[in-house]
Ligand binder design. Structure first.
Ligand SMILES: NC(=O)c1ccc[n+]([C@@H]2O[C@H](COP(=O)([O-])OP(=O)(O)OC[C@H]3O[C@@H](n4cnc5c(N)ncnc54)[C@H](OP(=O)(O)O)[C@@H]3O)[C@@H](O)[C@H]2O)c1
Length: 316
């Protein structure tokens, strides 16, 4: 991949894809394809027509809906179908139209529920999945397996990355769809707005997760596109291994909430620890550069801009 390469980011308007677009442009890649409208990855004809005319050399597959626990419980069929179809159609059209390399993004949900921590790719497909997001996880496993199958059958350079828990500008703050960072920012911000003495958060605060700033993730994806060409997926996480309590405290500082954080232990915690082993990526020479406070602040600023909350914006 060089500055002249034709690059397409599927899913370029949301968290990961938007960060990829930002980092590619900042990195001097001048031929990033931005079709209007984007092809619907669920429709094989639209996808194929796009690849036939645009002929992207490099493709980042960040399309396919994801969501938090509520979205996974309410829309398991939609999430599974969207991810299955997106992977099938994007990979097949990339193969048919001569894409030089493709990076498919799976998910840490692809790992078995009881995988040993930190999770290594050797654990994939070795045990039962977390039931609440099984449909989505199976679709992502299908996507990563499809990359391997295309490599074996067609000799194409399709690789798969498994991101940690990303957050950043462009994150989904919808109470039903959001992941933990966005959900905590919203709750703590709302407690501040309401001048409440405390913000109530789900669970004990003890579970640990491996967070990564979306721009670091995007840089890592570009690095993987440039430097990795293996049939095994590669974990892409940063080095912020935090408990939910530590994360919430950092968000409280960024939001400027003076109240206390109350952890409601009657609500579920989920897995006690879920972090990815990124040592293979780090061993190749990549390291995240983002700073936690700055990354959370950029995310909060974006949220304020989108929610148009004047009082909060003044005090931020
Ligand atoms: N966010 C996370 O925590 C996380 C973690 C690991 C992996 N991932 C994976 O990384 C990818 C990107 O995640 P994200 O959080 O940035 O995005 P997201 O909020 O899950 O949204 C999915 C993206 O895919 C696009 N998309 C969905 N269905 C599509 C279709 N049929 N045709 C074309 N585009 C479609 C959406 O475009 P529209 O908005 O225009 O529909 C959106 O840009 C997803 O596949 C997700 O599974 C996400």
């Amino acid at each position: 991949m060089n500055p002249e390469s034709r690059i397409y980011v599927a899913g370029r308007k949301t968290l990961i894809g938007a960060a990829l677009l930002r980092r590619l442009k900042a990195g001097g890649y001048t031929r990033v394809i931005e079709p209007s409208p984007d092809p619907d990855a669920g429709d094989p004809r639209q996808v194929d027509r796009f690849f036939e005319t645009a002929r992207p050399d490099y493709v980042f597959c960040a399309a396919g809906r994801s969501g938090g626990i509520l979205a996974n419980q309410k829309y398991p069929a939609d999430l599974m179908r969207d991810n299955l179809l997106s992977a099938c159609h994007l990979l097949e059209s990339a193969r048919r139209h001569g894409t030089k390399k493709l990076l498919y993004l799976a998910s840490s949900c692809s790992y078995p529920k009881h995988a040993s921590q930190p999770m290594k790719v050797e654990s994939l497909l070795t045990g039962p999945l977390e039931a609440t997001n099984e449909g989505y996880a199976v679709a992502k496993i299908a996507g990563l397996t499809l990359c391997r199958a295309y490599r074996r059958q067609y000799g194409v350079k399709f690789v798969c990355g498994i991101p940690g828990d990303p957050f950043g500008p462009g994150d989904d703050f919808d109470p039903e769809d959001s992941h933990v960072v966005a959900a905590l920012i919203r709750k703590i911000h709302e407690a501040k707005e309401a001048q409440a003495g405390s913000a109530t958060l789900w669970g004990t605060g003890a579970p640990r997760r491996g967070f990564i700033y979306a721009d670091d993730l995007a840089e890592a994806c570009i690095f993987v596109m440039l430097r990795y060409d293996g049939s095994e997926p590669i974990n892409i996480a940063g080095d912020w291994d935090l408990s939910i309590r530590e994360l919430a405290e950092a968000i409280r500082d960024v939001v400027g909430f003076q109240g206390t954080l109350f952890f409601d232990s009657s609500k579920p915690d989920g897995c006690p620890v879920k972090v990815l082993d990124s040592s293979p990526l780090f061993g190749m020479g990549w390291r995240p550069t983002g700073k936690l406070h700055e990354a959370l602040k950029a995310t909060y600023d974006w949220f304020l801009e989108k929610t148009d909350a004047p009082s909060a914006r003044i005090s931020s």
